[in-house]
Design a protein around this ligand. Structure first.
Ligand code: AMP
Length: 502
């Protein structure tokens, strides 16, 4: 009996008595100890009713135990559904209603608010706190330290990762064992990861970048992770000397460059810096090289597809581009139903073993974005140059990416439009020195109402994760529109371009 992901990623840890996880306080966890934790948790979750094909939703702080929960879900043949820790109860309500998980894992502190939500959707609640304590640990205590994984093949589902939806609704991207493992195997070759690598891991593990790109790769290749709860500049600077590689969102790299202690000497020993999830400015790429001698390797991927393109390990890493399609991934640029010539901008489509199976219980959305012949319409606008390098120029779907997190303006606009005194709103992303982009709201008041922008933002605060909340707002007489009645957000972006940078 085989279990595609468990056999490739988790089972080999059992033979490792060396450190698999290095924690910020210097403590370590061996591969063997981690796998035993996975097994104990799996037995506890099985006792809680989790079985093959069931969903387990997880909204917990990053910790070794949280990563082990992913392994436990894989071992049981369940579907792992990680949720951003910033989501409010109203947002969690939607996810649990859509995915109807058997088990919901949350922080003890959040339990009073979330227990009724979980119960309404038929999910059993277990808790896992940032320090590893909680009812999951209690239930796992004394459980067997080995587990026979449920049989699962490449076509079986392993995870639902929720994306933000253009209409304000998130969609659960269904990812299979084969989707995840094939991409990790490709990245191992592309980025030359081995058991000698120590990855500095400061990314969240509720997102594809930190969970599947980073963690899966280290497990597959037998390396180690410096496993940090988040990006803390002091801790990162202190531990970089122990690392060989680092993955980050562009914000990580701009923050490091802002610090005089981030020097060539500090990172001279490093093998590789990788960036993704949001555009890395060509300027940051050049500043980074000038400071450290390293050329950041930028790659491009998304929740639905894992990684699609990458700059080369050997060869030219071209600033401002996301490199070429990875082996096995086809990429084309389309406009009005036809592929465009090199250099011309259009919507990027990708196809390959990495591409997801569709959106959970949303056949219409799936049909809109995933063609029957396997091409996925990414919604990103870009072009391919004569050498095959891909450049992303924007997003057809109007996405804002702030600090590496995606925000669909529509979701914020729908809430703002409900605020008393607001006639309509347009939410845009503006350049921000720290977050890359920051969410910004342009409001139109109802006739005769003296609308205070701050008050309008305060009114939606409880309904929206912090990272989605506009950082500033203005009130205008009317929104600019084109002849088709569409709001011309490009004009708004131009008008307020320097709001956060001036
Ligand atoms: P997510 O599904 O959260 O991973 O977000 C995926 C989106 O992030 C993509 O569709 C792109 O719009 C954007 N993205 C990811 N990597 C890059 C990159 N290297 N450059 C520009 N945009 C990127």
């Amino acid at each position: 009996m085989t279990n595609t992901l468990f056999d490739a990623l988790f089972a080999p840890l059992g033979a490792r008595d060396d450190a698999f996880l290095i924690l910020p306080d210097g403590a370590t966890m061996t591969g063997r100890a981690f796998l035993a934790l996975v097994a104990r948790q799996a037995h506890a979750l099985r006792a809680a009713g989790l079985g093959v094909g069931d969903r387990i939703a997880v909204q917990v702080a990053k910790s070794p135990e949280a990563l082990a929960a992913y392994g436990a879900a894989v071992a049981l043949g369940a579907i792992f559904l990680p949720l951003n820790t910033a989501y409010t109860a109203a947002e969690v309500d939607y996810f649990l209603g859509n995915a109807t998980p058997r088990v919901f894992l949350c922080d003890e502190g959040a339990r009073p608010g979330l227990q009724p939500v979980a119960e309404r959707h038929g999910a059993r609640v277990l808790t896992l706190n940032a320090d590893g304590s909680g009812s999951l640990r209690a239930a796992a205590q004394g459980q067997p330290e080995t587990i026979t994984p449920a049989p699962r093949g490449p076509e079986d589902l392993a995870a639902f990762l929720y994306t933000s939806g253009t209409t304000g609704r998130s969609k659960g991207a269904m990812l299979t064992h084969g989707n995840l493992l094939s991409n990790t195997e490709v990245l191992r070759e592309a980025w030359r990861f081995s058991d000698r690598d120590v990855l500095l891991h400061a990314l969240p593990i509720f997102h594809t970048h930190g969970l599947f790109v980073a963690s899966n790769l280290v497990m597959l290749t037998g390396g180690r992770m410096i496993f940090l709860p988040g990006f803390d500049q002091e801790v990162v600077l202190r531990l970089l000397p122990q690392a060989t590689t680092m993955m980050g969102v562009p914000t990580f790299y701009t923050r490091l460059l802002d610090d005089a202690r981030f020097t060539r000497d500090l990172v001279g020993h490093m093998r590789l810096f990788i960036s993704g999830s949001a555009p890395l400015l060509a300027e940051t790429h050049r500043d980074f090289e000038a400071r450290t001698g390293h050329r950041i390797l930028e790659r491009y991927g998304m929740t639905e597809t894992n990684m699609n393109t990458s700059n080369p390990y050997e060869g030219e890493r071209r600033a401002g581009t996301v490199g070429r399609p990875l082996p096995g991934v086809e990429l084309r640029v389309m406009q009005d139903g036809a592929e465009v010539a090199p250099g011309e901008v259009g919507v990027i489509e990708v196809r390959g073993p990495n591409v997801f199976k569709g959106y959970w219980q949303m056949p219409d959305k799936t049909r809109e974005e995933l063609r029957e012949d396997g091409w996925f319409i990414t919604g990103d606008l870009g072009f391919v140059d004569a050498d095959g390098y891909v450049t992303i120029v924007g997003r057809a779907k109007d996405l804002v990416i702030s600090g590496g997190f995606n925000i669909y303006p529509k979701e914020v606009e729908l809430l703002l439009d409900e605020v008393p005194g607001v006639l309509e709103s347009a939410v845009i992303g503006l350049p921000h020195p720290d977050f890359g982009e920051a969410v910004f709201a342009v409001l139109v008041a109802r006739p005769g109402v003296a609308l205070a922008p701050e008050a309008a933002l305060a009114a939606i605060r409880d309904q929206l994760a912090r990272f989605k909340q506009p950082k500033a707002a203005v009130v205008v007489a009317e929104l600019p529109r084109n002849t088709m009645g569409k709001v011309q957000k490009n004009l708004l972006r131009d008008r307020y371009r320097t709001w956060f940078t001036a």
